[in-house]
Design a protein around this ligand. Sequence first.
Ligand code: ZN
Length: 127
Amino acid sequence: MHEYSLACEIFETVIATAHDNKALAVNSIKLEIGRLTHVNPDQLLFCLGVLSKDSIAKGAKIDVNFVSPFGECECGYRGDAGVSDNDRCEDQPHLYEYAVLTCPVCGKLLQLVGGDELMVRTIDIEI
Ligand SMILES: [Zn+2]
C-alpha cells in the first residue's frame, strides 16, 4: 500500500524531530501534500494513527494541506493550475483534469510545475 510507506516516512521524520528536540509529546503535525501525488489522505491518516499509537506522537492532531501545481506557459504566463474549491479529501482532481488547462494569455497548453510534494511542514511538540 502506497500510503503505508509514505506514512512510515512521515512518522520517522516526526519521531526523529521530536527526539532531537527532547519532546515529551507531539501535539500536532501539519502535512503538505501535492494534489498530483494521488495520496488518499484518509488512508494516510489511518496509517499514521496505527504507527503512532505506541509512540510519543500518539493522539497528535494531523492537519493536511493540499498543494496545487502551477501552470507555466512558453509565453511567460505562470499561474495556479489548481482547482478553486476547498475540498480536503474525496474530490481530489486527477491528473487528466489538469492536462487540458490552457494559457489564459495565449491559449497554448500549460506545463504543470510542482504539486507532487509530500512533506512535513510543521511539528508542534511538548517539551
Ligand atoms: Zn501563454
